[in-house]
Design a binder for this molecule. Structure first.
Ligand SMILES: [Zn+2]
Length: 333
């Protein structure tokens, strides 16, 4: 399971919290029932003594006495159930209760992760990628290729916007399908409003649903975080963020642009790309810059990493229908 240590620890803490909560609730119910129902406490205590005794007999192989104890246990249970029933309590009032009866809130059934744990992992991955709402709207199932212009371009050999987007979508679907085996890196290049962020969201959701860890940050968020961390002002919300940036399964850096206020951005970007490439950890970057702009803004070290290690997908020029549809969706939020 592709979880970082911090994520793993967080899930284990959550299961511990559930078990404690349910044990406390049971203790409260038990105390109330003992106070309300005369004889119940004595019956329960006798029952646990008998059960302990039966275990001892079983270990010693004393099967005659074990059978006798089993009969006494049956009678005591019957008596207890009757006491509860007569007092109007549910029959399972003194039983342990669990959020998930399948795994009894351990997260595992026969050594395999329980369905509830798989869900918890997905929830956590969604939370940490911080784009849950966007992904509900923007994913492969809501990707509408007909929003892209299919007018044949005037220059021979060129693709229409829709043809280009069909290729891009296909490359992204393959990227997702072969992610575990092949990894790889993608660079989306094109103007604003051409569907780059939409397609990044499609990739993010498809991988999160397959339980890969994805971190999605705008370039400026990432640079801010790295700069704050470098100056020891990370704060709790960025707990070990550089660690996550380097070891999550996919890092998406959205909207790498020009006009940097952050003078550490070029070196931070190079550091981050270089570390992830060395670890063979995939990166997806979207940018409205040309390769010349990237060289100018982020140095040729960054540009050469991008050219050497990324599959570059050009996005068609601004598509007004796509932009219009996007703004309609935004305004309905
Ligand atoms: Zn479970």
């Amino acid at each position: 399971m592709p979880l970082t240590n911090a994520q793993y620890a967080r899930i284990e803490r959550e299961y511990g919290r559930r078990r404690q909560k349910n044990a406390e609730a049971r203790a409260v119910r038990q105390a109330e029932a003992y106070a309300a129902i005369p004889g119940l406490k004595q019956t329960e205590e006798a029952l646990s003594d008998l059960e302990a005794e039966r275990v001892r007999c079983r270990i010693l192989g004393n099967s005659g006495e074990e059978a006798e104890l089993t009969e006494q246990i049956r009678q005591h249970r019957e008596h207890r159930d009757l006491l509860l029933k007569e007092a109007g309590w549910p029959a399972d009032a003194l039983q342990d209760s669990f959020d998930c009866p399948l795994c009894r809130d351990t997260g595992y059934v026969d050594g395999e992760p329980c369905a509830c744990r798989k869900r918890a992992v997905i929830e956590l991955l969604y939370d940490q990628s911080a784009i849950r709402e966007n992904l509900e709207r923007e994913n492969f199932s809501t990707f509408d290729i007909t929003l892209f212009d299919n007018t044949p371009p005037k220059e021979p050999g060129k693709l229409s916007g829709r043809q280009q987007m069909e290729i891009n979508r296909e490359v992204c679907l393959q990227f997702v399908d072969r992610f575990a085996e092949e990894g790889g890196n993608l660079l989306f290049m094109g103007q604003a409003g051409t569907g780059k962020t939409f397609l990044s969201n499609c990739v993010a959701k498809a991988l999160l649903d397959r339980m890969f860890s994805v971190i999605y940050l705008s370039a400026s968020e990432m640079f801010d975080l790295l700069t704050r961390q470098a100056f020891g002002r990370g704060g709790e919300e960025t707990e070990d963020l550089p660690g996550h940036l380097l070891d999550c399964d996919l890092l998406i850096i959205d909207d790498l642009g020009a006009g940097l206020e952050n003078r550490f951005a070029p070196s931070n970007l190079f550091w981050c790309l270089n570390e992830r490439l060395l670890r063979r950890k995939p990166v997806l970057i979207s940018t409205n810059l040309s390769m010349n702009d990237i060289t100018a803004e982020y140095t040729d070290r960054v540009a050469s990493r991008l050219i050497g290690s990324f599959r570059i997908l050009p996005f068609p020029s601004r598509d007004l229908r796509f932009i219009k549809r996007q703004s309609e969706v935004q305004s309905r939020r």
